[in-house]
Design a protein around this ligand. Structure first.
Ligand SMILES: Cc1cc2nc3c(=O)[nH]c(=O)nc-3n(C[C@H](O)[C@H](O)[C@H](O)COP(=O)(O)O)c2cc1C
Length: 194
């Protein structure tokens, strides 16, 4: 197995173990971005697809993170599954998923989440409390008895990894850190001090 395939397989196995845990949101990950000035920001999003092409999440492209990614299409992810005492860190370049892929995922979303995606101008200042509910009602009326179309500003991003680090807790804080990293077009595996 080549080095990258090994990293993908490791993540797949660990992710399956995390999803089998009785914990809320095992697919949650911290997503760090930086804007055009290099100013970092971080938030939680859900991992929706993982395969050898990368890590996919969905969001509002006009949100703070969306605007940061438009200006600087690089990001980092952090998974921490406390019961497993495992952390995975991923870094890489981000690009948009295809329209076909976004539409297919949109179709699986609950109607209320679809309405919410229209109602929420994510990351914008809200004039007053209650405005969101008013907008929800507005879009419920607009799309009454019709399928809710995917907003043009709502889509997915795929982070193509350039580095995947597996951190595994060990007694005495002598943790194990293994990093799979792309360098000069080839993937290599290294050990890192904890
Ligand atoms: C468990 C959890 C899962 C979340 N999943 C998503 C998600 O998949 N997509 C998303 O846009 N926001 C998600 N959010 C909300 C984000 O953390 C964040 O508040 C929002 O995307 C706005 O971020 P921004 O202003 O930095 O762009 C989630 C929050 C939590 C706590």
């Amino acid at each position: 197995m080549d080095v990258y395939a090994e990293a993908v397989q490791r993540f797949r196995e660990l992710y399956a173990r995390a999803q089998a845990l009785d914990i809320p949101e095992p697919t949650a990950m911290s997503l760090a971005t930086a804007d055009a000035d290099g100013r970092p920001s971080v938030r939680t999003v859900l991992l929706k697809v993982f395969d050898e092409r990368g890590f996919v999440f969905y969001t509002n492209k006009l949100s703070r993170k969306g605007r940061a990614l438009a200006a600087n299409p690089r990001a980092a992810l952090c998974f921490h599954w406390q019961p497993l005492q495992e952390q995975v860190l991923v870094e890489g370049a981000v690009s948009g998923v295809s329209v076909v892929e976004a539409d297919a995922y949109w179709a699986t979303r609950a109607r209320i989440s679809q309405i919410g995606a229209w109602a929420s101008t994510q990351s914008e200042t809200m004039g007053r409390k209650g405005e969101l509910e008013r907008r929800v009602t507005e879009f419920e009326q607009k799309f009454a008895d019709k399928p809710v179309p995917r907003p043009p500003h709502w889509s997915g991003f795929r982070l193509k990894p350039e580095s995947i680090e597996f951190w595994s807790s060990r007694p005495g804080r002598l943790h194990e850190r293994e990093r799979y990293v792309a360098a000069d077009g080839a993937w290599k595996h290294i050990w890192v001090y904890p």
